[in-house]
Design a protein around this ligand. Structure first.
Ligand code: ADP
Ligand code: MG
Length: 326
């Protein structure tokens, strides 16, 4: 009897402390998010996931250029009119985005967004924009014309018609913030997958490293490589998700801010970095910079690696990447 009791209490202790993964899939920031946390039971797991969802929703309300009530929309509405006071958090995000513009020689530019009036990737475009339309829209693009006033925490878009948008950095930022919040609440392990932008920490419940699958851009139903990743982010920008085609040419949803035309030559860029925000922004940037300049810049950055696949199917890797193809 005594033994039986000890066995039962041992089992109970095990059940109570055994860590399990809990996962939820939902739409946030206009994209599919899969949030996984490792927790001791379903109640705790669900509570943690609720916390992450609330955090991502809060950030979306602040930074979305689609939501007319967001501070970002207020900045856009006042382009060429007046500076707008914003929360410190948004101010700093814009400041970091401008730092990324400098780092990428202007390939990354949140003011690309005025171009989304003419390049639309929701199926509504019926013809390619005219050269004149592109010229006039691209004249509104330029991070140098985003004027920040630190003391006042204001943002002023200098030119009328200018617009900023966080399409290439927002999901990464939100994933970093949700991860940091969960870690501060004691969640030792998890993975936030924002439509393929992966941000992990800790290890799986079985003690193994999280593994990330990278889609083959030539065949999106096929996995191209599976890589272990711990406490880091992996982000893939591909032109296989959002693009338009005219006369047999594919135009990607990543716009070269210097020309106003969609970038070409690359079909997929995967970036590994300590933070999802950086990985997200750099994946978009390498698309614009092209494989040579893009690879060169990535190789200069510590703890950042990339895999580029060009439109001929060539695979180009940064210095410290080794992949075992499936
Ligand atoms: P996705 O969000 O589809 O995974 P990306 O992270 O590469 O892809 O971001 C692409 C989005 O970034 C575009 O849909 C657009 O909103 C925005 N964008 C396009 N070109 C640029 C650019 N040159 N700099 C900054 N943002 C851009
Ligand atoms: Mg990106």
């Amino acid at each position: 009897m005594k033994y039986l009791f000890s066995i039962i209490s041992l089992c109970l202790a095990f059940v109570c402390t055994a860590q399990q993964p809990y996962k939820r899939t939902l739409k946030l920031m206009g994209s599919r998010f899969d949030i996984t946390v490792v927790a001791k039971n379903a109640i705790a797991g669900n509570r943690y996931i609720d916390t992450a969802v609330a955090e991502i929703t809060r950030i979306e309300k602040l930074i979305s250029s689609w939501d007319p009530t967001s501070q970002t929309s207020a900045v856009n509405r006042n382009a060429g009119i007046k500076p707008v006071k914003v929360d410190e958090e948004l101010y700093q995000l814009i400041e970091r985005a401008m730092g990324l513009s400098k780092l990428t020689d202007g390939a990354f530019d949140i003011s690309y967004a005025s171009m989304d009036r003419i390049w639309q990737f929701d199926g509504s475009m019926t013809k390619i924009p005219s050269a004149e339309e592109i010229r006039s829209s691209v004249s509104k693009v330029g991070f140098q014309n985003i004027l920040l006033h630190k003391g006042e925490s204001t943002v002023f878009l200098k030119e009328k018609g200018m617009k900023i948008g966080f399409g290439a950095i927002g999901k990464g930022y939100a994933a970093d913030k949700a991860k940091a919040l969960l870690i501060s609440k004691g969640v030792t392990s998890g993975i936030i997958n924002a439509s393929g932008d992966m941000n992990t920490w800790g290890k799986q419940a079985n003690g193994k490293e999280w593994k990330v699958a990278i889609t083959n851009p030539m065949n999106k139903n096929k996995v191209f490589a599976v890589l272990p990743i711990s406490n880091a982010a992996v982000v893939t920008s591909g032109d296989y998700e959002k693009f338009v085609s005219f006369n047999g040419t594919r135009y990607s949803h990543i716009i070269d801010p210097r020309t106003g035309y969609p970038s070409s030559g690359i079909v997929s860029v995967t970036v590994f970095a300590p933070k999802a925000e950086l990985a997200d922004a750099l994946a978009t940037s390498v698309f614009v910079m092209g494989k040579d300049a893009g690879l060169d810049r990535i190789n200069q950055l510590p703890k950042v690696e990339c895999i580029i696949i060009d439109d001929k199917g060539n695979i180009i890797k940064s210095k410290n990447i080794e992949i075992n193809k499936l």
